[in-house]
Design a binder for this molecule. Structure first.
Ligand code: TPP
Ligand code: MG
Length: 370
């Protein structure tokens, strides 16, 4: 059977020209010159944060960093479609989303420095902390969305995940539940073409967005390097969720231009030519070309944007380096909400070890194996 081709929604071509797509352009009709410039600035700042955090890891100030380089439009375009009372469930790569939600630059690296199990206060920005368990946030988002609906809250919940996550059982369960129960959740897949060293072709035999229909929800594929197109389709999905229309699925086609994390070397598994090809579709360059074509770029403003980005990066750097190490005994805090005898025993033993009590370190509570 011949398959109907899937065309990603696009509003800006890689050379900066607008695409004539009245249906989707109408969703961003209110986005004038100032708003396009603001989206551009968000993306420049996001990239600057990412470059700084990567440098901090290379300098030994962070244990790990998962770069978002290349995914700025997918993250900024979708995050700017949200209201403050909407709720975001993310993976580990959404620093640009966090920045747009209002997370302070000084909070972005805390977990990655290894000084706490969290980065920010989720309740303050309606966004969860970085989550390493691939695909699990689909379930969390669906549960939250469904509960919000039962409470009568007219909000949308959005789950960010990658192409690799679509192969996880957790996500299949979330999609099935959300569709059957009409949970007001937006599934936002950043298809960055890779899941560490596994290419997307081994995750799905069909465009990922099309799988949404099998679950019973609309799926749209969007050019994830086109900030206006991402804004448009996310606004549509979020409005549908808020108005009781149920879940939607967005597949944003983008590219992870850097390594999976700072612990990865992508030259071992992917061709340089592929990365070069995607560089030509750089999401920031694209908006810059649009602004240039439409006479909205001036040097003074560009200098201001760069200075703002440098200032944010400085805040990230200073805060990271100044983060105090936690006291060793804090390791045992927040493991359980209520007292736990085995943990209490371990706490006692570790305290003895730290104070140098001989023999204390080798004593093992009953039932604990090395
Ligand atoms: C449940 C689970 N399985 C495996 C891993 C190891 N792991 C970490 S990231 C990753 C790849 C995820 O790829 P994708 O969903 O495409 O997201 P991306 O990293 O590309 O943003 C894997 C397999 C994990 N963290 N959690
Ligand atoms: Mg991926």
């Amino acid at each position: 059977m011949a398959e109907k081709p899937t065309y990603p929604v696009q509003l800006i071509q890689p050379d900066g020209r607008r695409v004539l797509d009245r249906q989707h352009a109408a969703l961003v009709a209110d986005v004038g010159p100032d708003q396009v410039r603001a989206l551009y600035e968000d993306m420049v700042v996001a990239r600057r944060i990412d470059v700084e955090a990567t440098a901090l890891q290379r300098q030994g100030q962070l244990g790990l960093w998962p770069p978002l380089l290349g995914q700025e439009a997918a993250q900024v375009g979708s995050a700017r479609a949200l209201h403050p009372d909407d709720y975001v469930f993310c993976s580990y790569r959404e620093a640009a989303v966090a920045y747009c939600r209002g997370v302070r630059p000084a909070e972005l690296t805390r977990l990655w420095r290894g000084v706490a199990h969290y980065c920010w206060d989720p309740g303050a920005v309606n966004m969860t902390n970085p989550n390493i368990v691939v695909g699990s946030q689909g379930l969390h988002a669906t549960g939250y969305a469904y509960a919000a609906h039962l409470d009568g809250a007219e909000i949308a919940t959005i789950a960010y995940f990658g192409d690799g996550a679509t192969s996880q059982g957790d996500l299949a369960e979330a999609l099935g539940f959300a569709a059957s129960w009409s949970a007001p959740v937006v599934f936002f897949c950043q298809n960055n073409q890779w899941a560490i060293s596994a290419p997307v072709r081994i995750q799905s035999a069909t465009p990922i967005a099309r799988r949404a229909y099998g679950y019973g929800m609309p799926g749209v594929q969007v050019d994830g390097n086109d900030v206006l197109a991402v804004l448009a389709v996310t606004r549509q999905a979020v409005a549908r969720a808020r108005s009781g229309g149920g879940p939607s699925f967005i597949e944003a086609l983008t590219y992870r231009m850097g390594p999976h994390t700072t612990a990865d070397d992508p030259t071992r598994y992917r061709a340089a030519a592929e990365t070069e090809e995607w560089k030509r579709r750089d999401p920031i360059d694209r908006v810059r070309r649009l602004l240039e074509r439409e006479g909205l770029l001036d040097e003074d403003w560009e200098r201001q944007v760069a200075a703002h980005a440098d200032d944010v990066a400085r805040q990230v750097r200073t805060a990271t380096i100044e983060m105090p190490d936690p006291a060793p005994m804090e390791l045992f805090d927040h493991v359980y909400a209520t007292p736990h005898p085995l943990l209490d025993e371990q706490r006692r033993e570790y305290a003895e070890y730290l104070t140098g009590d001989p023999g204390a370190s080798s004593a093992r509570p009953e039932g604990v194996r090395p």
